[in-house]
Unconditional design. Structure first.
Length: 446
């Protein structure tokens, strides 16, 4: 728990902290929330702030925006740490907030990484949010739908903050070079192109961009005139490999496997290989990916290319045998094959339709004609009576009805006209025509 004056930043603070925007005019990005006449800006300017959750990737200004709101609305600002703050500390501050409310002073409680608070800690805020004793502002990089209690979430407005564009990052970098809080009192020579390299490297993270700039300038070459020269070589030396945004247990895990699946479905091998690489380079289990590809082979290709499932199973076995990094090429082969294969979801649709009926009719009895009759009693009860053995017929077909009476005439499998499924479609149509013709003939003969 911390109660500090806003923007009280010591000179030895990192550049990103020293350059933290102090008001809305200095804030960069999030125009969809803070642009002219946008909702959040109106709420701040009219001092009509309610409890809210800021959801977005790192370095987009969640904490800064909370501090600006406290400053602009003249509220007491308190921060909580999910790691060090227990229920006792929360209740103590809540009691103080209630006293402040009686004196006409609003209290904004900011909880960074609110998803790290357990259920009991989150519940401790709930009665005070309901009474209006505090305005709760939570910040999270995780989907609040999964990480925040429904009761608390329902009382907060969720604002989605987007990663900053390269142009946004450039604005911040240039400001750091000219502002006295940054390097405004020094002479720095760095090209626009070099700044763009830093902006691109930051991947929408302002904190990362400013930290990188700080390191590069610290390691630049200073001449006799006191001018710091930054060269492309300086930048290359200071830039390290990015940490890929990928949490195997978080939402991004599901976002990227979804991107892979949908790229293959859209017959886009380039995008599919890219998303595959994103997962593998971030340390994803290759067997997990291979399992998802196996599912895809049946769900999105099915009988349109009956070899797709063979490829998927073979690649799974290859990944199991040799592991990473060698199995990356096997997975690449699989996702490219799946991307280029003809597509049909007819098998998946057939199952979903049948499943819907099955759930509603779990007690539907199996027709007697297709029941086995291993005992005398079963035979006496007409189990299997009238059963027609298809192999005994010339066409290997019979007119026997296998559906329960209430579902006679139902159709679940509707083959596409893609790839091999054309043959299955033709065969199914032939079977249906044969059964229709012979059933009509049987009825005439009765």
């Amino acid at each position: 728990m911390e109660q500090a004056s806003l923007f009280d930043i010591p000179t030895n603070e990192p550049l990103a902290s020293r350059m933290r925007p102090r008001n809305l005019n200095e804030f960069v990005g999030q125009d969809h929330l803070l642009g002219e006449n946008k909702l959040l800006r109106k709420m701040i300017e009219t001092d009509h702030i309610s409890s809210m959750i800021f959801w977005g990737p790192p370095g987009v200004g969640k904490t800064t925006l909370a501090r600006i709101i406290a400053s602009e609305t003249k509220s007491k600002f308190i921060t909580f740490s999910a790691v060090t703050s227990g229920i006792k500390e929360i209740k103590t501050v809540m009691e103080d907030a209630e006293k402040n409310k009686k004196l006409g002073v609003k209290t904004i409680v900011f909880v960074d990484e609110i998803h790290r608070f357990n259920k009991a800690q989150q519940d401790a805020f709930l009665p005070f949010v309901e009474k209006g004793s505090i305005i709760l502002i939570g910040a999270t990089t995780e989907n609040p739908s999964f990480e925040i209690n429904n009761a608390l979430l329902s009382r907060c407005r969720v604002f989605v903050l987007k990663e900053l564009s390269n142009d946004d990052i450039l604005v911040l970098l240039k400001r750091a070079l000219t502002d006295s809080r940054g390097f405004g009192n020094q002479k720095i020579e760095i090209s626009e192109d070099d700044l763009k390299v830093i902006a691109n490297f930051a991947s929408g993270d302002a904190r990362s961009a400013l930290t990188t700039l700080d390191i590069i300038i610290t390691n630049g070459t200073t001449n006799a005139d006191g001018i710091v020269h930054i060269t492309p070589e300086n930048i290359e030396d200071c830039l390290t490999k990015k940490t890929l945004l990928y949490d195997k247990n978080g939402e991004e895990h599901y976002n990227i496997i979804s991107a892979l699946h949908k790229s293959m479905r859209n017959s886009d091998p380039d995008a599919a290989v890219y998303w595959l690489a994103r997962m593998l380079e971030a340390g994803e289990d290759p067997l997990y990916i291979a399992r998802r590809i196996t599912r895809f082979a049946a769900e999105d290709i099915g009988l349109a290319d009956t070899n797709a499932l063979n490829v998927a199973i073979n690649v799974y076995q290859a990944c199991h045998f040799i592991g990473m990094p060698e199995c990356n090429v096997h997975l690449a082969e699989a996702v490219i094959y799946m991307s280029l294969a003809p597509k049909s979801n007819a098998c998946d649709v057939a199952y979903q339709l049948a499943s819907s009926d099955a759930k509603k009719m779990l007690a539907e009895p199996v027709p007697l004609i297709i029941r086995n009759a291993p005992t005398k009693l079963m035979k006496e009860l007409n189990y299997g009576k009238g059963y027609l053995y298809a192999h005994d017929t010339q066409d290997k077909l019979t007119t026997m009805e296998c559906m329960p009476p209430s579902l006679v005439g139902k159709s679940y499998y509707h083959p596409s006209t893609q790839g091999n499924e054309v043959r299955f479609k033709q065969r199914l149509e032939q079977i249906k025509e044969w059964k229709k013709a012979h059933r009509n003939a049987d009825q005439k003969n009765q």
